[in-house]
Design a protein around this ligand. Sequence first.
Ligand code: CDP
Length: 234
Amino acid sequence: MANKEFVRDDGRKFDELRPMTAKVGVVPNADGSAMFSFGKTIAIAAVYGPKELHPRNQRDPAKGTLRCNYNMLSFSVEDRIRPGPSRRSTEISKITEWALGPVVMIDEYPNMVIDVHIQIIQASASTRCAGINAAAMALAHAGIPMKSIVSSVSVGKLDKQLILDVNKYEDSVFDEGEGATDIPITFTSDEKITHFQLDGKISNEQLKEVIEMARKARKEIYEVQKKALKEALN
Ligand code: CDP
């Protein structure tokens, strides 16, 4: 059971998100763009397309292709990251496609591609969630038809304690500790799950608590995304 008195290194309650900021239209040359941050984790997403897919042999005449590219900038973390694709960035790019795939109405764009480029400007854990949140907003800003916006958050478990929106310090304690768990989850606005990852172990009972905690946070994240999108329309 989560301990309501538990206080975290940054002073948050166990079920408290970091302060969020969101802004739409941050990359004027893109067809759609957005920034989303959880505390010190900052993601920017830029959407290009729909446009004809090249090479032609990769085209799908039945539906379009959603292509996501997640990248962490060299200076986004304390130890410089070697530029270029890595196993981790390739995995997160794929996961981002899967998290967005169920809501993007890609059938409307046969033979076309929609490119979503996600750059992590500064990283303090949960970058995949921030990237997915920014990407959903950027796609909406680009006018791509979607069944819903998606909102993503991660829940961690430190020993027995569940914590919402894991930060870098907590993530590094996970790496040292045994049995530490990190669970990023993405929801549609009607609370269907489009993405769920489990790194570690969790009981069925505690998993229900995790989903409930993430579900409540989803509402708060969605409000921030919606407000930024509305501001861009004014
Ligand atoms: O960022 P996210 O939690 O989605 O993915 P992760 O692979 O669990 O990475 C957790 C955190 O570790 C990142 O957000 C960064 O703060 C940090 N990290 C790093 O410092 N250097 C790397 N090469 C990769 C991750």
